[in-house]
Design a protein around this ligand. Structure first.
Ligand SMILES: *[C@@H]1O[C@H](CO)[C@@H](O)[C@H](O)[C@H]1NC(C)=O
Ligand SMILES: *[C@@H]1O[C@H](CO)[C@@H](O)[C@H](O)[C@H]1NC(C)=O
Length: 376
């Protein structure tokens, strides 16, 4: 009797040892996976790292002073003074370099295994968003390119490994702001605003977005960060164009306050349908509002004036070599009339990694990373 107990407790001890060894192995593979995890990016100018440099379009950021604080101090096509959101996420997940723009001729061989950036400035959920930019990579095309990418990777490492690389990858998608700014509200009495009331337009773009995300899932994406729009009515461009008494544009703020919660609900609905947490909502509206409403708390002197631009709030026209340029980019929440500065991008990524459930639904990226390293 006592022998049996002794044996069973010995085997319990043995099993706990095995478990500890198992966990140690898992931890070892965490490190390797964190180094090896691919990263894919889809969306608009907030996350484009230079695809539009290769296209005949006016939506581009390949001239100074863009890139002034980038390590090379040269423009790259990023709509930032330095790093953009994908760069900072890529660094935080331990990649040796950020995924290249899909159209870059340097994206070949082993470099394909890092991932790829399919984003294109000016695009929206809808095909008719950003038509004034003519030649940009619309969402359905970005997804077609993702399928093409997978065929290219299969040729390098085989179909099964390619599938695994995609299933284990982190995906970021940032799109939707242009469906308001460069479509519904682009001109008074735009075609879409005559077709839809604002609440119905929001429902429509959310339903179209859902189709794109389902396609992304079918293409093998299993961890997808989906950002909402920022406070579109409070960016320097809109303050200059539509704001009243120095305040944000009420109409665009109404649009984002309808859009963002419905986006989150739509993502939760897909996760429920799939039975798995594939889509993770990042409440970038909240993060942005934090520093728009109290810039000093984050070390900014202003969130109303762009660093680079002209006219009221430096909010009119484009950021070019002829624009006003602030000497210290660390002090500005906005780099140009529409896009956050590198410093603001860092704050946004900080919340993506560590934010509470007010910012990240159903969980932040640190939690996702910890879960994935234990199950892989
Ligand atoms: C966008 O255009 C592509 C190609 O013409 C088409 O397959 C897709 O259904 C269109 N998407 C929408 C939302 O109209
Ligand atoms: C991430 O989310 C978890 C769960 O909500 C929370 O406990 C944690 O403090 C957050 N931050 C980090 C860095 O994990």
């Amino acid at each position: 009797m006592s022998m049996a107990i002794a044996t069973s407790s010995a085997s319990v001890a043995m099993r706990s040892w095995m478990m500890i060894i198992g966990i140690a192995f898992a931890l070892g593979s965490i490190v390797r996976l964190a180094e090896g995890r691919a990263f894919f990016v889809f969306g608009d100018s907030l996350v484009d790292s230079g695809n539009n440099n290769y296209l005949a379009t006016t939506a581009r950021a390949d001239a100074p002073p863009y890139g002034i604080d980038f390590p090379t101090h040269r423009p790259t096509g990023r709509f930032s003074n330095g790093f953009n959101i994908p760069d900072i996420i890529s660094q935080r997940i331990g990649q040796s370099e950020a995924p290249l723009p899909y159209l870059s001729p340097e994206l070949n061989g082993q470099r394909l295994l890092i991932g790829a950036n399919f984003a294109s400035a000016g695009i929206g959920i809808l095909n008719d968003t950003g038509i004034q930019f003519v030649n940009i990579i619309r969402m359905f095309r970005q997804l077609d390119y993702f399928a093409e990418y997978q065929r290219r990777v299969s040729a390098v490492i085989g179909a099964q490994q390619a599938r695994q690389l995609v299933n284990r990858a982190l995906v970021l998608i940032t799109v939707g702001g242009n469906d308001f700014v460069n479509n519904y509200y682009l001109v008074p009495y735009s075609a879409r605003s005559r077709q839809f009331t604002l609440p119905n337009y929001v429902k429509y773009i959310i339903s179209e977005y859902r189709k794109l995300l389902m396609r992304l899932y079918e293409l093998g994406a299993r961890r997808v960060l989906v950002t909402g729009t920022g406070p579109l009515g409070c960016v320097p461009a809109e303050l200059a164009l539509r704001g009243s008494n120095g305040g944000c544009s009420a109409e665009l703020q109404r649009a984002t306050s309808l859009y963002n919660p419905q986006l989150e609900q739509m993502l939760q609905g897909i996760n429920r349908k799939i039975g798995q947490t594939v889509f993770i909502a990042a409440n970038t509206q909240q993060t942005h509002m934090d520093f728009v409403s109290n810039p000093q708390a984050y070390g900014f002197t202003t969130a109303k004036v762009a660093c680079c631009g002209q006219g009221p709030n430096n909010g009119l026209g484009l950021c070019t070599a002829l624009s006003n340029l602030c000497p210290n980019r660390q002090l500005y929440a906005f780099w140009d009339p529409f896009h956050p500065s590198e410093k603001a991008n860092r704050l946004i990524v900080e919340q993506i990694f560590s934010g509470s459930t007010n910012y990240m639904t159903p969980m932040n990226l640190s939690t996702v990373m910890a879960l994935d390293s234990l199950t892989s």
